[in-house]
Ligand binder design. Structure first.
Ligand code: PMP
Length: 408
């Protein structure tokens, strides 16, 4: 039993009414991107038909309306994450860009040879590669926090890796590949004891649980709009005020300056505008406001609770399949079910199950080091959202059984 009316809420999502290969769509690829409610879709036509204008510059009515709506999202995100101040919310293109911003601005000025950056084996490539690129330039060392056989972080190893050389810990809050929920509050406290800064990739956490950046004591926290029922092209970087204020700009251009001069040099705007060069994704930012409003209307804790029910039902269903191995069995898990099947390639399963209308993810989930560790190069992954139903999980399990029968 869901803590909200799932059938009523499904009506908000026009895409859930479509068919795929003549079958009703069962969309279980929510960790890659979630579907978008009509309220969010409507923002685009409303914005472009009524108040499309560049923000922060014009004195005319349209520019003012667009600016108020854009800045309104910043207030919404501030409350959503429980940030201290709205100016600590920076709009980016997504989690990836938020992490690159921290790497290029904070990292380039704070990391040098002899320093260590701790990341985990659970990281998405977007929280690995920016640090590798910078390490090649700055000469610091990257160390990797290992995981146990359930896919939980090895906290004893984490404690042992921390030292006065540690300048940054960069970890995800929830793993997209396995669903593991990491103890980020405890990790932040430990990082701080060693004088290190912690960046948390919250792309997979924000849609499924209440996130309070102050309670976690996160220094940086990033997420993407498109995984939380919003559009692509917009994401958020939260940062502690003192850190953001001390950081140099990353991209230069309009909007991020106070004054520009060839003679006396250029001065920069205050945060958050210092980090928002150029015309941003205005409609997308406004649409993110509507997405978060939608999530708050249902309650993110209630959504997470329902996804837990779906995950449990799906887990019981796949456990009955011979030769199926679940990857990621940590006690604290979000709604992600990753598995491999003996004698059946993940890609084949993904392609064939699509013929039955079921959308799951197959591949390495942008977490190649993690999959290598588990000795596989791909898994199948079903991931859940507020609008999924127990009946859909049953359709998925039946389809999976059929497909495995075909390929074995
Ligand atoms: N981190 C995690 C844990 C993710 O799941 C994703 C998206 N799969 C990202 C980062 C990157 O997000 P984006 O592609 O929206 O920048």
């Amino acid at each position: 039993q869901a803590p909200f009316d799932v059938m009523a809420l499904r009506n908000d999502f026009p895409i859930l009414r479509r068919e795929v290969h003549g079958k009703p769509l069962v969309y279980l690829d929510n960790a890659a991107t979630s579907q978008t409610p009509q309220q969010v879709i409507d923002v685009f036509s409303d914005y472009y038909s009524r108040y499309n204008a560049n923000i922060h510059r014009g004195l005319h009515t349209l520019a003012d309306e667009a600016t108020v709506a854009y800045e309104g999202t910043r207030q919404r995100v501030k409350a959503f994450l429980n940030a201290e101040e709205a100016r600590q919310i920076i709009f980016t293109r997504g989690t990836t860009e938020a992490i690159n911003l921290v790497a290029q601005s904070w990292g380039r000025t704070h990391l040098a040879a002899g320093d260590e950056v701790l990341i985990s084996l659970l990281e998405h490539h977007s929280n690995i590669v920016p640090w590798q690129l910078l390490a090649a330039e700055r000469g610091f060392t990257i160390k990797v926090i290992p995981v146990d056989e359930t896919g939980a972080l090895d906290m004893a190893a984490y404690r042992a890796l921390l030292s006065e050389r540690t300048k940054l810990v960069a970890v995800n809050h929830v793993s997209n590949a396995l669903g593991t929920i990491n103890p980020v509050k405890e990790m932040a406290a430990l990082a701080h004891q060693h004088g290190a800064v912690i960046l948390i990739d919250g792309a997979q956490a924000v849609p499924h649980q209440k996130v309070d950046v102050q309670a976690i004591d996160a220094d940086f926290y990033a997420f993407s709009g498109h995984k939380v029922y919003g559009p692509t092209g917009v994401g958020v970087l939260y940062g502690k005020q003192a850190l953001l204020e001390a950081m140099p700009p990353w991209q230069g251009g309009g909007e991020m300056i106070k004054t520009v001069s060839f003679d006396v040099g250029t001065t920069f705007a205050d945060i958050p505008h210092k980090f928002e060069a150029g015309t941003p994704a205005i409609a997308e930012v406004i649409a993110l406001d509507r997405a978060l409003e939608w999530v708050e209307g249902i309650g993110v804790a209630a959504i997470g609770e329902w996804e837990g029910v779906l995950l449990e039902h799906a887990t019981q269903g796949v456990k009955r399949i011979d030769g199926l191995r679940i990857l990621g069995t940590a006690p604290h898990k979000a709604g992600v079910l990753s598995f491999v099947v003996d004698g059946a390639h993940s890609q084949d399963i993904g392609l064939l199950i699509d013929q039955l209308g079921v959308a799951i993810r197959t591949g390495n989930h942008c977490a190649q080091p993690l999959l290598q560790h588990f000795g596989v190069d791909a898994t199948c992954r079903a991931s859940f959202a507020a609008y999924n139903t127990l009946e859909e999980v049953d359709v998925f399990i039946a389809a999976l059984n059929r497909v495995i029968g075909m390929v074995r």
